[in-house]
Write a protein that binds this ligand. Structure first.
Ligand SMILES: NC(=O)c1ccc[n+]([C@@H]2O[C@H](COP(=O)([O-])OP(=O)(O)OC[C@H]3O[C@@H](n4cnc5c(N)ncnc54)[C@H](OP(=O)(O)O)[C@@H]3O)[C@@H](O)[C@H]2O)c1
Length: 332
């Protein structure tokens, strides 16, 4: 009998996540009831937000429960449907978590065209991370032609799209990324105007050189020392969509920000946002992203690991910057 391989949350991390926080277990394949569908997952998305779900703290979304399957976005094939909106063989995006098979209400799935772009792209550039870039940059950052847009984690799933949309809108795009190889990719392949390596000892000077006219929009993904450095570059009336703070996701205490004065004196608008609060914007964002990908205006890159059992290690790697592009787990 084929079993359903699953990754469960075994314990909550204190500080850095370790592989021992997860447990690989098998269970019978679930059966769909009326209105539900059974899906065989082909791809699992690994995303930084999952680190927050491992904590037992109040947040914008419910925590993952101990002993339960880890939460996560998935793309897979419908094996059996008890709802007329889905049929066997449909390729669907859902949130079935870190497991091979899952059952959910048919309403929780979105059928996608895996011929237009690859199935796994619906977890990245034409999925949640792409929409995050679109929503944060265009509704909060509001870049104007000729302005300078800086973005951290620039080679990653969200950051890579932010800079490319900034270019489409006629702005100067400046990436911040860890290491020479990522920075080269951001400039040579993604066509940002510049990219600065925040791990280099000359980071602050390099950032100054890359932003000669200051920064009008800073799309924040990381926090910590990168944010401190950027805060010295803000122009008057700059905007800062606050998307993520990955440098502190494994910290046991919140990290401080010492340069509030620059927010005041430059009258900077800072706005945190969560992409799932803006569901009404997903259809227009996905449509535009798909057009930009099809026309080659937006390029993307993936880091793929094979096999569900390797998901914990790959997730820890993502939090350390070992991924290079959208982190995915191939399950078939
Ligand atoms: N608000 C929302 O609705 C929403 C939705 C999706 C994602 N997000 C946030 O967006 C950010 C990017 O997510 P993503 O999915 O696109 O991930 P990603 O950029 O593909 O991968 C994470 C990257 O973060 C960087 N990083 C890790 N530790 C760092 C540190 N200490 N300092 C600086 N950079 C560090 C690494 O790149 P380097 O090698 O360049 O350091 C790593 O590759 C995350 O903060 C995430 O939580 C928010």
């Amino acid at each position: 009998m084929v079993a359903n391989k699953r990754v469960l949350l075994k314990s909550r991390p204190k500080g850095w996540v370790t592989e021992s926080n997860f447990e690989i277990a098998e269970a019978p394949i679930p059966k769909p009831k009326e209105g539900e569908a059974l899906v065989r997952n082909h791809w699992l998305s690994l995303d930084p937000y999952m680190r927050g779900r491992m904590n037992d703290t109040k947040s914008y979304a419910a925590k993952a429960e101990l002993g339960e399957v880890m939460v996560g976005g998935t793309v897979g094939e419908v094996l059996e449907s008890k709802d007329k909106s889905l049929k066997k063989g449909d390729i669907v995006v859902g949130s079935l978590g870190w497991q091979h098979y899952g059952v959910a209400s048919a309403k929780a799935f979105r059928v996608v065209d895996a011929k237009a772009v690859s199935a796994q792209a619906y977890l990245g550039v034409v999925g949640m991370p792409g929409v995050t870039a679109w929503v944060g940059l265009l509704t909060i950052g509001e870049p104007k032609r000729g302005e300078t847009v800086a973005v951290s984690a620039a080679s990653g799933a969200v950051g890579s799209v932010v800079g490319q949309i900034a270019k489409i809108k006629g702005a100067r795009a400046v990436g911040i990324a860890g290491g020479e190889a990522k920075c080269r990719y951001v400039v040579d392949e993604l066509k940002f105007d510049a990219c600065v390596d925040y791990k280099s000892p000359s980071f602050v000077k390099d950032l100054e050189a890359a932003t000669p006219k200051g920064v009008d929009v800073y799309f924040e993904n990381v926090g910590g020392p990168v944010l401190e450095a950027i805060s010295g570059r803000f122009n008057a009336f700059a905007r800062m969509p606050l998307c993520g703070l990955i440098s502190e996701y494994n910290a046991t205490q919140p990290m401080g920000f010492r340069n509030l004065r620059s927010i005041l004196t430059n009258r900077v608008k800072v706005q945190g946002f969560i992409v799932s609060d803006r569901m009404e914007l997903w259809p227009p964002a996905l449509k535009e992203l798909a057009e930009w990908v099809a026309s080659g205006k937006i390029k993307y890159r993936e880091s793929i690991v094979q096999g569900l059992e390797n998901a914990p290690k790959a997730f820890i790697g993502l939090l350390k910057g070992e991924n290079f592009g959208k982190q995915l787990v191939k399950l078939v």
